[in-house]
Design a binder for this molecule. Structure first.
Ligand code: CA
Length: 236
C-alpha cells in the first residue's frame, strides 16, 4: 500500500512516515502543495494525507485540482485546529475523511485502513437539465457555453431544484433542505432567492424554466430548444 503525505511540518512528516513504514506502508512525502499535486498526478497512491495549510498551494486547492483532473484517490485532510475551516467545505471538495491535529497515530492508521477498505467511493456527478449543467466538483454552473456565477445560497438552491427537476417543490421543502435548520426568517426568503436565480439562469437566455406554481411551490424544467438551435430568434 502506497501513501502520499503532503505536509510542510517536516518533523511531523518524518515521524508519521516512520510509523507508517512500520505498519507496512510505503510513504512518499511532499512538503508543499505544488510538489504534492505533482506527486499525486504522476504516481498512483492508495491514500493521500493532505495538510490544509501548505506553502505554495493550500490543501483545498490541491484537492480541488486533483478532482478536476479526475484523480479520485481517497484523501484524508489534516488540519491544524478544529474549526479552522468548515468541515463541510472539505467534504464538498471531495475529501473522504478529516482529521484534526494533533491526532493519535493509532487513529490515523485506523482511518487510513478504513479508506483503503472502502475503496473509491461514488463520486459527485455533473447534473444536467436541458442546457443547464451543474458540476459539484468545482461548483460551476453553465447554461450552454455560458458560465453562471452564483452565490453559495443560490448554488444550494439550484442544486436542490435540479435534483428535484420536473416536480413541484414547496417553499417549506426548499427551506428545510437549502437553509440552515436554525433559520427562522420565514419562507419569503425562498421567493427572493428564486427571483435571484431566475435572473441568472433564465432571464439572460430568454427562458422560463423556473416557474411558480401558484399556491404550491416551484417547478424547474428543461429548456426545450437549446439556445444555439434557436437561430433567428430575435434578442430580448
Ligand atoms: Ca501545515
Amino acid at each position: 500500500m502506497r501513501i502520499l503525505m503532503v505536509e510542510d511540518e517536516k518533523t511531523l512528516a518524518a515521524t508519521v512516515r516512520r510509523g507508517l513504514n512500520n505498519e507496512g506502508f510505503v510513504v512518499d512525502v511532499a512538503h508543499d502543495g505544488v510538489g504534492g499535486l505533482w506527486a499525486a498526478t504522476d504516481n498512483s497512491y492508495d491514500v493521500i494525507l493532505l495538510d490544509l495549510m501548505l506553502p505554495l498551494k493550500n490543501g483545498y486547492d490541491v484537492l480541488k485540482e486533483l478532482r478536476q483532473r479526475k484523480i479520485w484517490t481517497p484523501v484524508l485532510m489534516l488540519t491544524a485546529k478544529d474549526g479552522e475551516y468548515d468541515q463541510t467545505d472539505a467534504f464538498d471538495l471531495g475529501a473522504d475523511d478529516y482529521l484534526t491535529k494533533p491526532f493519535s497515530f493509532l487513529v490515523l492508521v485506523a482511518r487510513i485502513r478504513a479508506l483503503i477498505r472502502r475503496g473509491a467511493p461514488e463520486r459527485p456527478v455533473v447534473l444536467t437539465l436541458g442546457t443547464l449543467t451543474l458540476d459539484p466538483v468545482n461548483r460551476s454552473v453553465r447554461r450552454g457555453d455560458t458560465g453562471i456565477s452564483l452565490t453559495a445560497r443560490e448554488y444550494g438552491l439550484l442544486q436542490y431544484l435540479m435534483r428535484r427537476h420536473d416536480q413541484i417543490v414547496s417553499k417549506a421543502e426548499i427551506l428545510s433542505n437549502v437553509w440552515d435548520p436554525a433559520f427562522d426568517g420565514g419562507d419569503n426568503v425562498v421567493e427572493v432567492y428564486v427571483g435571484y436565480l431566475r435572473r441568472k439562469i433564465d432571464l439572460p437566455f430568454d427562458l422560463h424554466t423556473l416557474t411558480t406554481v401558484r399556491g404550491m411551490g416551484y417547478l424547474l424544467s428543461a429548456d426545450r430548444i437549446p439556445a444555439a438551435a434557436a437561430g433567428g430568434h430575435p434578442e430580448g
